[in-house]
Design a protein around this ligand. Structure first.
Ligand code: PEP
Ligand code: MG
Length: 754
């Protein structure tokens, strides 16, 4: 516990700031104050000057080090804190890998170390650190006290003009040259527009308050306004009726109405902070807690919370709102650190052409929504907001993972050519919509689509796919804060079947676990070394059989009076399939006994994703109604090449002889046993790879909807019989480069590959 209470510490800080003294004198006093309050031998203030963290004031380190000791961002403990904008709390500082000893400070006597960033306009502008001789961990209250002081200090040093907070450079003085910023494709697509910052950076100018009651009142009315705004937003969300956004907004609302959150902020106000400073203090504490969470789901929830905290600070401090509130007036590309799902919904779709963010991940709610809205989205664009200025002309090519700032004429011309070409191709694919995917020599290929969300369903009619060959049921689980209850599962499955009409839908039972973790199922605290080969899919479903039983019931009921197609993911051995099937059959019997309408018939399938299953396939085939090959996982296991590792991209090769020989063996065996076999991995959505699959005998593909047109065009321009014979030859001839051979054969036949 700090020796001085939070309120008293703030009062003293306030006095220091109000006193007539030089800024250096004030900083010296602040260092003394912190040392006294935390009973620490050392308290130091580092500030960012000319890109380096400079020791500006200290109590306890040698005075000759002041204005001499300087560390780069990322260098030493202090540099690490500034770089990551996260505190460090170390009983033995020297054991930290980034520890850098500075002899001029005389710090070798001090073992323990705690430091927090000083943040202004969401950037680290300094670091506040304490050190003790005795090795000890600092408790949460001490770290929070340091954070509070850091917040007040940010105000002091900004007022003194000691820091350049990055906003003062006039635009004209900024670099105006064209720039390419790299990022991660989250939602494919291209867009052109001007840069619009989702929100100006937040500045907290008042941190200390005398009148706690008045602050509490300010907070209360801000909460009321924020909740009303969110309610309003949810009700006018452009997705009328039920949809994927339901679960997302539900989670968001849950946070907004969380009384625990309001209580923690009020505690900060009682400690002497203003309402905005208390909101920020709670957000920072949350950032520390959740920021280190291994669970991607929890990290995503942190974004929801930050989004709400920022919203609340803006309301309470009267700072201008988001660009959505000001309204877009021309074609725009939104620039943000991160966006909350509800925030995205606030924008006018007519002008919102694309989004680029510094954070973001494929499973984030905002990504799922952007996909449903058809808005191209680029994520993980580093230092985006420092490199783009409001109003800059931008060109977004999310597919290529790039944002072009102030694009050159050549880039613009390239973009125009590409969009024209895309439109032309799309028009050509649209013309094929009602024609069958049949080769020139009369071989019919069934083209089904992959889906997982309600928002994918319209694609069935747009593409005229032959059905849904893989419905990834875990998506509903991933976007939900709590386990989707049977009613919600049932409603989704019914909608899917209704949209499909006469067309087949193959539901895959949940493939959660591993990297698709959901907090309500996961075994807490267990971090897996190899999540792809971990406790997931059918392994988890058998261990948590209640989950599979509940899902089976929802599926069986949804398919009342029809045939239900069901398959299990990641089957490695026949007994797993049998055990899972027994659970479904048991549910079916119970429904029959209770007289509840359910599926007339169930057709069972297994996914072949684990190579081992191929070795015992003869034992499983007699029990299967169909087999589906998941080449995404299968390939990574066959080649021992992680499907998500960019350094292994050239080893993860679908056209390698090993992969194709393996696949052919499986396809031949299933075909001989009269079991329909399909491929549902991404491989089938790429024209050359799909051609290879067809050439080894595959005649059913389930692919991403956008690939249906291109694959159909490829099939319709090909003559498959001769290709199959050629493929047999290549596979039998050692050393044949199949990619090369197939490309040449396709060119000879004038097969359309793009
Ligand atoms: C696969 O592994 O090929 C597959 C279709 O499943 P997922 O991509 O969902 O793992
Ligand atoms: Mg898989």
């Amino acid at each position: 516990m700090p020796a001085v209470g939070a309120r008293e510490l703030l009062r003293r800080l306030h006095d220091v700031m109000a006193a007539r003294n030089s800024t250096q004198g004030k900083l010296d006093q602040v260092a003394g104050l912190i040392a006294d309050a935390l009973e620490s031998e050392v308290a130091s203030v580092y500030l960012l000057r000319d890109g380096m963290l400079e020791l500006f004031a200290t109590r306890g380190l040698k005075q000759q080090a002041v204005h001499v000791t300087r560390l780069a961002l990322g260098q030493g403990l202090v540099g690490t804190i500034a770089e990551t904008r996260a505190p460090l709390n170390l009983a033995k500082a020297s054991t930290h890998p980034r520890f850098a000893y500075r002899p001029e400070t005389g710090e070798e006597r001090f073992h323990s170390f705690a430091g927090v960033p000083i943040i202004r306009r969401e950037r680290a502008v300094g670091v506040l650190a304490v050190q003790h001789v005795q090795p000890r961990d600092y408790d949460d209250v001490e770290i929070e006290a340091l954070q509070t002081v850091a917040m007040v200090l940010a105000e002091l040093i900004a007022a003194a003009g000691l820091i350049d907070d990055g906003e003062s450079a006039p635009r004209a003085q900024r670099d105006q040259s064209p720039l390419r910023i790299g990022g991660l494709k989250l939602v494919d697509g291209m867009a052109r527009g001007v840069a619009v910052f989702h929100e100006p950076r937040i500045v907290i100018t008042n941190t200390v308050a005398d009148d706690a009651d008045a602050e509490r009142e300010r907070l209360r009315s801000a909460f009321l306004r924020m909740r009303a705004e969110i309610d309003q937003m949810v009700s006018r969300a452009e997705f009328a009726g039920p949809g994927d956004h339901d679960d997302i907004l539900e989670t968001y609302k849950m946070f907004a109405f969380d009384e625990g959150w309001a209580r923690r902020i009020n505690d900060g106000i009682d400690g002497g902070l203003t309402a905005e400073a208390a909101i920020e203090a709670v957000a920072q504490a949350q950032r520390i807690k959740l920021g280190s969470a291994a669970d991607p789901y929890l990290r995503e929830r942190m974004h929801d919370l930050e989004d709400l905290s920022n919203r609340l600070i803006r309301i309470v401090s009267g700072q201008s709102g988001t660009a959505a509130q000001r309204g877009l007036t021309e074609d725009s590309i939104l620039i943000a650190r991160n966006l909350g799902p509800a925030e995205l919904l606030e924008y006018d779709r007519a002008f919102l052409k694309g989004v680029a963010m510094e954070d973001g991940s494929l499973t984030a709610h905002v990504t799922i929504l952007a996909r449903a809205m058809g808005v191209p989205l680029l994520g993980r664009a580093r230092d985006l907001r420092d490199q783009v200025a409001e109003g800059d002309p931008l060109l977004l090519d999310a597919g290529a993972g790039a944002l072009f700032v102030r694009p050159t004429q050549a880039v613009i011309l390239g973009y125009q050519a590409q969009t024209a070409l895309k439109a032309k191709k799309q028009a050509a694919f649209d013309k094929l919509r009602d024609l069958p995917a049949e080769s020139r020599d009369g071989i019919r290929i069934r083209l089904m689509m992959n889906a997982g969300l309600r928002s994918d369903l319209p694609a069935l009619d747009i593409t005229n796919a032959d059905g849904i060959g893989l419905f990834r049921t875990e998506f509903q689980f991933l976007v939900s804060a709590t386990l989707p209850r049977k009613g919600r599962q049932l409603a989704l499955y019914r909608d899917v079947l209704k949209a499909a009409g006469q067309r087949t839908v193959i539901f895959r039972t949940v493939d959660i676990g591993g990297d698709k973790a959901v907090p309500y199922v996961e075994d807490r605290g267990e971090r897996e070394e190899n999540p792809a080969m971990g406790w997931r899919a059918i392994r988890l479903a058998l261990a948590r059989s209640g989950l599979l039983a509940a899902q089976s019931r929802a599926l069986l009921e949804a398919a009342a009076g029809q045939t239900l197609h069901l398959m299990f993911p990641m089957v490695a051995e026949p007994w797993e399939y049998e055990a899972a099937r027994a659970i479904v059959e048991d549910r079916q019997r119970r429904l029959a006994a209770a007289g509840i309408p359910h599926a007339e018939q169930v057709k069972y399938g297994a996914m072949l994703e684990v190579p081992a299953l191929a070795m015992v396939l003869d034992e499983l085939l007699p029990r299967l109604d169909f087999l589906s090959i998941g080449t995404n996982d299968l390939t990574q296991f066959l080649l021992a090449a992680d499907r998500g590792n960019p350094r292994l991209a050239d080893r993860y090769d679908w056209l390698s002889r090993a992969v194709l020989r393996f696949l052919k063996k499986v396809v031949d065996e299933a075909t001989a046993a009269n079991v329909p076999v399909s491929v549902c991995g991404e491989m089938g959505g790429r024209p050359l790879e799909a051609l290879a699959l067809i050439a080894i005998g595959v005649d059913r593909l389930s692919i991403t909807p956008a690939a249906i047109g291109p694959i159909k065009a490829m099939v319709r321009s090909s003559c498959i019989g001769p290709l199959r014979a050629e493929m047999d030859g290549w596979l039998a001839t050692p050393g044949t480069d199949i990619r090369k051979a197939l490309t040449a054969a396709a060119a000879a036949q004038a097969i359309q590959l793009d």
